[in-house]
Design a protein around this ligand. Structure first.
Ligand SMILES: Nc1nc2c(c(=O)[nH]1)N=C([C@H](O)[C@H](O)COP(=O)(O)OP(=O)(O)OP(=O)(O)O)CN2
Ligand code: ZN
Length: 127
């Protein structure tokens, strides 16, 4: 029987604390006020599995790629961060998608969770 071609992904979760407000919501919306979240971010990378190491990249490389992003976001008012003037989960996920860079991999998807029950996932459309 023919062996299937495998697609392999690795994921790592990160957290940061930040405040935000949503400037474009309808008048009276609760999210127009400044409030904070303990953000949870899951970054998923795709790439070939190294024949000797048996991994796509060391999780430590993904951790290293996250650190400068964490520094830009943690304990900030996200609205002050260039490119995040309207910091919805959707736009934050897209902002992160453009900035995560781990050589030898591609970003498969990024999930941003603002609360225990609300999250957003972005990934590249096929083609
Ligand atoms: N599609 C989106 N909707 C909302 C976003 C968003 O980024 N994308 N953001 C918010 C607010 O930031 C809000 O703080 C989080 O949303 P919500 O799930 O409504 O938070 P609650 O904890 O208040 O949820 P309950 O389950 O109603 O308690 C709003 N919407
Ligand atoms: Zn919010």
């Amino acid at each position: 029987m023919k062996k299937p071609t495998l697609v392999t992904e690795i994921s790592k979760e990160f957290t940061f604390e930040a405040a935000h407000r949503l400037p474009n919501v309808p008048e009276g919306h609760k999210c127009s006020r400044v409030h904070g979240h303990s953000y949870r971010i899951e970054i998923t990378l795709r790439g070939p599995v190294h024949p000797q190491f048996g991994w796509i990249v060391d999780f430590a490389e993904l951790n290293a790629a996250w650190q400068p992003l964490h520094a830009q976001l943690d304990h900030r008012l996200l609205n002050d961060v260039p490119g995040l003037e309207n910091p919805t989960s959707e736009l934050l996920a897209a902002w992160l998608f453009e900035r995560v860079n781990v050589p030898g991999t591609t970003v498969a998807r990024i999930r941003v969770a603002e609360t225990c029950t609300s999250s957003c996932t972005v990934y590249a459309a096929e083609g």
